[in-house]
Design a protein around this ligand. Structure first.
Ligand SMILES: [Zn+2]
Length: 329
């Protein structure tokens, strides 16, 4: 459900009660409205903007980032994120709609509260070869980065799913999103995903419907699958021991993608689950809380776990990729 409704700035002659009376169905103009999820965000959160009651495609910004709107379920929506560097405090949400049939301008404004994420810092000691990889490894990592960039360049398109997101597997979280890592005393990377524990051979499921846009053996992220869910929203699955899908495969939520493994630069088997939207890595746990459809739904599916709040812990995990900022596993 929309969590933070904002009213339009210009006055409208239509009272709010028209909405609840259902007069929209008889052709009356709905009052333009804006909702922002989540109501309170932290740096690194995905942001879902929903605009209703406007005559055409709106435009707007969140914290200065330009929004790209798409049509969804009788409304206009846009997806973006707050960068992990976003300042704590408030962020402006501004939406402008096309002039209404009655000639009135539509300017919807709101303020998003941005709270301290409290991302923990981990000190890791690693061998020098991981800090300064040899040329052969650098070449391979550059190829991987190019493959990631190509995968993340899909046609924008509408949303390709009809339900909210679900966990790709159910287990303990061993490293949360945002965990800051310093190697040998120097801060070098941030953890842009959620590590979910598992044993080699455990099943990994698609978190939602979409199209597989990459399946590749990468140096740092190991066997990697990327799914595009439409509108520039992607989920990524790292370190798999086996991949059961190919680029171009259309997957449904809960469909098996492959198996948990420890491929790539890791210390043990787990699933690193990543989410990218509008070019930003964002927190998958926050994506799971977004309601795209305005209706509560039972979170039960044949193959999709429904873990409520696994206790974050800082054990196990991977060695990360201190020389790569774009594909940090
Ligand atoms: Zn990870």
């Amino acid at each position: 459900m929309p969590l933070a409704p904002f009213l339009p700035r210009p006055s409208s002659l239509l009272p709010l009660t028209l909405l609840s009376l259902g007069l929209v169905a008889f052709g009356a103009e709905a009052q333009p409205s804006l909702s922002v999820q989540p109501g309170t965000a932290k740096p690194g959160d995905p942001i879902l903007i929903t605009v209703r009651g406007v005559d055409g495609q709106p435009s707007g910004t969140v914290a200065g980032r330009t929004l790209r709107f798409f049509e969804a379920a009788g409304a206009w929506q846009a997806l973006t994120g707050l960068p992990v560097e976003q300042a704590v405090g408030s962020a402006a949400v501004k939406v402008e709609g096309p002039r209404q049939r009655d000639g009135s301008a539509v300017n919807l404004v709101g303020t998003l509260d941005v709270v301290d994420p409290g991302y923990p810092e981990r000190q890791l000691q690693v061998a020098g070869k991981y800090i300064k990889p040899p040329q052969s490894v650098k070449t391979r990592m550059a190829e991987d980065r190019a493959a990631f960039a190509a995968a993340f360049s899909q046609d924008f398109g509408p949303l390709r799913f009809e339900r909210n997101f679900a966990w790709p597997r159910q287990d303990r979280i061993t490293a949360p999103f945002g965990d800051r890592r310093s190697f040998n005393g120097k801060l070098q990377s941030q953890h842009f995903g959620t590590d979910i524990d598992g044993d080699t051979g455990d099943t990994i499921y698609a978190a939602n419907d979409g199209e597989v846009v990459m399946s590749r053996d990468c140096y740092s992220s190991g066997n990697t699958v990327i799914i595009h869910h439409g509108a520039g929203l992607y989920t990524t699955y790292f370190h798999m021991s086996r991949i059961d899908v190919k680029p171009g495969t259309k997957v449904k939520q809960g469909q098996k993608l492959g198996l948990v493994g420890k491929t790539g630069r890791v210390t043990g088997p787990h699933l690193h689950w990543g989410v990218k939207v509008d070019g930003l890595w964002v927190d998958g746990l926050s994506l799971l809380k977004l309601d795209f459809f305005g209706t509560p739904e039972p979170r039960v599916a044949t193959a999709t776990p429904d873990t409520a709040q696994p206790a974050p812990a800082l054990t196990g995990g991977e060695l990360s990729a201190p020389v790569s900022t774009s594909t940090t596993p």
